[in-house]
Write a protein that binds this ligand. Structure first.
Ligand code: FAD
Length: 478
């Protein structure tokens, strides 16, 4: 039997959600004991927060060693260990070394793992944490052709960032970057994909946003680190040794049927490659390696075992109510590991992004404190409106509300203004009211759109003038 420790609040995970929860707890109840358990030797902290609107902020992310992080929070115990079990009946978690940590309130922020199209294949790589990007960095140096599978933010960034090789981008949709944008915006970006073939053009479109410190001394490759986030690629050398421009071929509306090695063919292909990808459109593509960027699976299974009343949602996340509490009392969850299972506000939905990991972590802290004190809390305002800011192909991309017509069953109109190579503005309208917006480029419209989505003002009388470049529409709504 291992030793025992206890604390009022215990947090599992040192990603954005866990660290935000810790900061919230230590601010709200500095006198209570707090333990954070992280299997990774690095934690993620949010710095330089710059509010853009009420719900949207830019922030930098810094990785810190557990020691440096401990020095910043002297009153908090930080344990570098992996949790292997939850015993919710006895309010405790068990660590690999057998140690038992008891809690009054627990917050599980253990993130997710990449869904990999083939496990245990050395020619298939999933990108999740610093370790996996390092592996990618090594492999890409000697590669001449890779296949990228997936159509979300990670795949989009890889296609934009990688230099000097041929890339085949396999997407199941009709247009690129479908997780975030519609076909019109994809067409806007498509011009940028073409420009990837012109390296100089590409360098001009680069943006610098994030500082990343990626020292991972002592990191063991067997433990899972925190998920990366925006600008993960900036600290790495993601170019081929020849440092030339890239060629990108997009295979639309298809998926990977199977992976083959040369020996699997009765008639071996002419070109010799370490791995061949057979697509559902019948094409066979040989390449040096495959990048699997097809989303994450929440790390929830470990916590379910022995806790029958801990409910899992269809997507594998721990179900949480509007207070971020799971179906087991005193066990909260936040970030990629959880699934929002409350009656959500019309203009908000969950996407496993770090803005939401941060909001959820901070709000879980508030809920845990309220629960300990027996006080009622109100749901945080950030869950009223989906908002996200990111950069694709060098452009600022702001997504607000039902930006892709989510939840509207196709019953909406779109107002569009496009200036090739400069901006793409899409407003999603229903019954004269704004439901969502995609703002690409420096549009300066984010605050106005946020207000109009939140207050549901009837805009019928403005019609298409809402996007008339000759009218300063902001003046109407300030
Ligand atoms: P994580 O960051 O995954 O942290 C989980 C933590 O739990 C880690 O510290 C891990 O070590 C620890 N842990 C796990 N299991 C255990 C255990 N059993 N015991 C102890 N500790 C454990 N989001 C955006 O908003 N914009 C982007 O542009 C963007 N780009 C991305 C690019 C990449 C390559 C990736 C992988 C993700 C990206 N994301 C992006 C998503 C974003 O990074 C995640 O949504 C967010 O970081 C999730 O935070 P989290 O704290 O919930 O989980």
């Amino acid at each position: 039997m291992g030793s025992k420790r206890s604390a009022t609040f215990v947090i599992i995970g040192g990603g954005i959600a866990g660290v935000s929860c810790l900061e919230g707890l230590s601010f709200l109840m500095p006198s209570e004991t707090i333990i954070l358990i992280s299997s990774s030797p690095l934690v993620k902290t949010v710095t330089n927060i710059m509010p853009i609107t009420k719900t949207l902020s830019h922030f930098d992310v810094e990785e810190k060693s557990l020691d440096d992080f401990s020095n910043l929070h002297p009153g908090i115990s930080i344990i570098h260990a992996t949790v292997i079990g939850l015993d919710s009946q006895h309010h405790s978690v068990i660590l690999t070394n057998g140690e038992i940590i008891q809690y009054k309130k627990l917050c599980i922020c253990a993130g997710g793992n990449p869904k990999i199209i083939a496990e245990n294949n050395s020619h298939v790589l999933g990108i999740r944490d610093t370790e996996s990007v390092k592996e990618f960095e090594l492999k890409i140096k000697n590669a001449s052709k890779i296949v990228v599978v997936g159509n979300g933010g990670i795949a989009t960034e890889i296609v934009h960032e990688i230099e000097g090789i041929e890339m085949v981008w396999v997407i199941k949709d009709k247009h690129i970057s479908a997780t975030f944008v519609d076909p019109g915006a994809a067409e806007f970006f498509q011009n940028q994909v073409r420009k990837i073939e012109d390296k100089k053009e590409r360098e001009r479109s680069m943006v610098k946003r994030l500082k990343y410190t990626t020292t991972s001394e002592g990191a063991s490759s067997s433990v899972k680190g925190a998920a990366l986030g925006p600008d993960w690629h900036r600290s790495f050398e993601l170019s081929h040794e020849r440092n030339e421009s890239s060629k990108v071929i997009i295979e639309y509306q298809c998926e990977v049927q199977c992976l083959k090695s040369r020996g699997d063919f009765t008639v071996p292909p002419d070109d010799e490659w370490p791995i061949y990808v057979e697509l559902t459109n019948g094409k066979i593509i040989g390449c040096d390696f495959v990048v699997s960027a097809t989303g994450v699976i929440p790390n929830s299974q470990l916590f379910v075992s022995g806790n029958d009343n801990l409910e899992i949602a269809e997507d594998g996340g721990l179900k949480v109510d509007w207070k971020m509490e799971t179906t087991v009392p005193d066990v909260f969850a936040a970030g990629d590991i959880c699934t929002a299972s409350w009656d959500k506000a019309h203009h908000w939905f969950q996407m496993r992004l770090w803005t939401q990991a941060r909001h959820m972590g901070m709000y879980a802290a508030k809920s845990m404190v309220g629960s300990l004190r027996g006080e009622e809390i109100l749901q945080d305002f950030c869950f009223e409106l989906f908002s996200h800011v990111t950069y694709f192909f060098g452009f600022k991309v702001v997504l607000l509300g039902l930006f892709n017509g989510q939840k509207l069953n196709g019953e909406y109109e779109v107002l569009l203004r496009v200036t090739k190579g400069a901006e793409y503005i899409k407003l999603v309208m229903k019954d004269g009211k704004m439901q969502g917006a995609v703002l690409i480029g420096e549009t300066d419209l984010e605050e106005m759109c946020e207000n109009l989505i939140l207050n549901q003002l009837d805009l019928t009388e403005y019609g298409e003038d809402l996007l008339n470049p000759d009218i300063d529409i902001e003046d109407y709504f300030d």
